[in-house]
Design a protein around this ligand. Structure first.
Ligand code: FES
Length: 165
């Protein structure tokens, strides 16, 4: 699992150049520009926050505040597969912590971290609105209900197999 999940710097530069041509340097454009940046890079890199700060004439601290406030923005590169385990009440009482423990054990990372090969990010969530299916985990938003450690193992094995082809 040594595949690279990053884009080259030249691509980043041309992306930013284009972005700064598309938008007027107005504060109101901040969220929309951050959305595009998140989508392109998979996170909001520090050097991009700095360039955005200069372009929009907004202090870095303010941009950082927005990025950390909204959960859709991330400061770290995200894995190709974002696996979220719901630790909301309904899922927790049905044993979702065991699923989380298994996940951190297998991937050797903690919630909020990404594996070195860039494939997996683990997240913990609070209620994804599927309590009737508790316990629940999701992979890139796809819900796996009435989950078990065995089901998690199957899904992980399948993803690892796909990526090693
Ligand atoms: S508590 Fe897990 S989906 Fe609601």
């Amino acid at each position: 699992m040594e595949k690279e999940n990053k884009k080259c710097d030249c691509e980043k530069d041309s992306f930013l150049e284009k972005l700064f041509q598309e938008y007027l340097p107005e504060k109101d454009n901040l969220i929309q520009m951050l959305n595009e940046i998140q989508e392109h890079y998979g996170y909001v890199p520090m050097h991009v926050q700095k360039e955005l700060s200069e372009f929009l004439n907004i202090p870095m601290a303010e941009i950082y505040g927005v990025v950390t406030f909204y959960s859709r923005f991330s400061l770290e590169p995200q894995g190709k597969y974002k696996i979220s385990v719901c630790l909301g009440t309904a899922c927790f009482v049905k044993g979702s912590q065991k699923i989380m423990d298994r996940l951190t054990d297998r991937l050797k990372i903690e919630p909020g971290q990404t594996t070195k090969d860039g494939l997996f990010t683990i997240e913990q969530t609070r209620c994804v609105g599927a309590c009737g299916l508790a316990p629940v985990f999701t992979v890139n938003g796809e819900v796996y209900g009435r989950a078990t450690v065995q089901k998690l193992d199957e899904v992980l094995d399948e993803l690892i197999k796909t990526e090693s082809k």
